[in-house]
Design a protein around this ligand. Structure first.
Ligand code: CA
Length: 231
C-alpha cells in the first residue's frame, strides 16, 4: 500500500464507542477524524474529504439517515457504513435508501468493522486501468466516472452500485445468485441480507431502465438472483 494514510470520519455521539473506534483504527494505520454531532460530521466531511465514513444512526441533533442524505448530496461515492443499534430490517433498508453502502448492528466487534472498512477501501482504491464504459439500451454507463446518462437524465452511482453493476456486467447473460452477490460485493457474511441486494437492484433499475418496473436489462431470475442482459 502507499504511504498515504486513509482517512476515516467517525460520526458518533457515544464517547466510549467513538474512542474505541478511534484507537482501533489508528492502531490499524488509519487517520481518524471524529464528530459527535451530525452537523459537525457534515462539516468535517466537506472540509476533509475522508476516504470512508462511519455513521451512527442516533445522533443528538440529526438522525443518521438525514446525515447520510446530506453527505450524498455532494459526494455520491464516499463509502458510508452505518452503525445502528436497531436490528430491524426496515431500519437497515431505510439506511441503504438514504445512501449508506453498508451497516453493522451494535454491539459490533471492532474487528469485523475494521475488516469491512478494509474491504471497502481496497475496492475503492482500485483505480481502473481503462475507462469502463458500456451501454445498456439507451443508458450510457461509465463505471470509472460513477455515472449513468440516459437521454437528458444523469445519475451518479454510489460505491456499491458501481460494484454490483460491474459484477453483473462481468457475467453478462448469466444468472448471478443473491448469495454470490453478497459474498463478492459485501465480502463478509454478517449483516447485509438478500433484501440488501434487492434494494440496490431497485436503485440501479431506476437509473438505467426506461421502465424500471418492467426491466429490459437487469432481470430478476426468480428464486435465485439477477442477470444482466446487454441490449
Ligand atoms: Ca448515538
Amino acid at each position: 500500500m502507499s504511504a498515504s494514510k486513509k482517512t476515516v470520519l467517525i460520526i458518533e455521539d457515544e464517547p466510549h464507542i467513538a474512542l474505541g473506534l478511534r484507537d482501533a483504527l489508528e492502531f490499524e494505520g488509519f487517520e481518524v477524524i471524529d464528530a459527535g454531532r451530525g452537523r459537525d460530521g457534515i462539516h468535517a466531511a466537506r472540509a476533509s474529504s475522508p476516504d470512508a465514513v462511519l455513521l451512527d444512526l442516533m445522533l443528538p441533533d440529526m438522525n443518521g439517515y438525514q446525515v447520510c442524505e446530506e453527505l450524498r448530496r455532494w459526494d455520491s461515492f464516499v463509502p458510508i457504513i452505518m452503525l445502528t443499534a436497531r436490528s430491524q430490517e426496515t431500519d437497515k433498508i431505510r439506511g441503504l435508501d438514504a445512501g449508506a453502502d453498508d451497516y453493522v448492528t451494535k454491539p459490533f466487534s471492532v474487528g469485523e468493522l475494521v475488516a469491512r472498512l478494509r474491504a471497502i477501501l481496497r475496492r475503492a482504491a482500485r483505480v481502473p486501468e481503462q475507462v469502463e464504459r458500456f451501454t445498456l439500451g439507451a443508458a450510457e454507463i461509465d463505471l470509472s466516472a460513477h455515472l449513468v446518462v440516459r437521454g437528458s437524465a444523469r445519475s451518479e452511482l454510489s460505491f456499491y452500485e458501481v460494484e454490483l453493476l460491474r459484477l453483473l456486467r462481468d457475467r453478462a447473460g448469466q444468472p448471478v445468485s443473491r448469495e454470490d452477490i453478497l459474498q463478492k460485493i459485501w465480502g463478509l457474511d454478517a449483516s447485509p441480507t438478500n433484501r440488501t441486494v434487492d434494494n440496490f437492484i431497485v436503485k440501479l433499475r431506476k437509473k438505467i431502465e426506461e421502465h424500471p418496473d418492467k426491466p429490459a436489462h437487469i432481470l430478476t431470475v426468480y428464486g435465485f438472483g439477477y442477470k444482466l442482459v446487454p441490449s
